[in-house]
Design a protein around this ligand. Structure first.
Ligand code: GLN
Length: 200
């Protein structure tokens, strides 16, 4: 049977990119594969071709910024967003999507907002998902200091927004790829599936 896809299988599978310039992209890939997506690591603009959505992982936003400049990925990522394809930014990925970086989400991130090293912590975050709050890992995390009127805040910690949606863009300040709770990635994949259906 090798090479013969099951009826409807290959064509229905979502292909999701993970920006792989720096940071914990492998952990994101593992979750996406677990949820049934095909995953492609993205390093250069051509890697975006044919993707249904992309994840911008956590890491170090200054290093990721340099990588995006070096590979000239800024305009292609903005075009990817303009075409309606969903983008999911986590931690440094949230920072990358804000007004001061890629300007894809109408938010302003405050870097290391909980304090530098001391404030790596776990906290319950309620995104309103079935199954209750997420036990979320924050590592030198940002929060969303400002946002435009079109942004829906999904969760707050100590009065600060740590998860939000701006149209097809989902951002969280924590690391949903750590641990075995896949619900935030499942939420993202649902938006990827919906966007693909809407485009066909
Ligand atoms: N503190 C990092 C930054 O500002 C983000 C940390 C993370 O992604 N875990 O880029």
């Amino acid at each position: 049977m090798s090479g013969v896809p099951a009826p409807g299988a290959a064509g229905d599978q979502l292909t999701v990119g993970v920006l792989a310039l720096q940071g914990d992209f492998e952990a994101h890939s593992a979750v996406l594969v677990r949820l049934g997506a095909l995953v492609r690591e993205v390093r250069v603009p051509d890697d975006l071709d044919g993707l249904d959505g992309i994840v911008i992982p956590g890491g170090e936003s200054t290093t990721i910024t340099l990588g995006i400049e070096r590979e000239q990925l800024g305009d292609p990522l903005r075009a990817f967003h303009a075409s309606g394809k969903p983008i999911f930014g986590t931690c440094a990925g949230l920072i990358m999507l804000d007004r001061d970086h890629l300007a894809i989400a109408d938010i302003r991130a405050e870097r290391n907002a909980f304090g530098r090293q001391v404030r790596s912590f776990e906290a319950e975050v309620d995104l309103g998902l079935d199954g209750g709050p997420i036990e979320a890992v924050f590592i030198r995390a940002p929060w969303i200091a400002e946002h435009g009127p079109g942004v829906e805040v999904l969760a707050e910690i100590e009065g600060h927004a740590v998860a939000a949606r701006d149209g097809s863009v989902l951002v969280v300040a924590f690391h949903p790829e750590l641990g075995d709770d896949d619900r935030v990635h499942a939420l993202f994949l649902q938006s990827v599936r919906d966007a693909r259906l809407a485009a066909t």
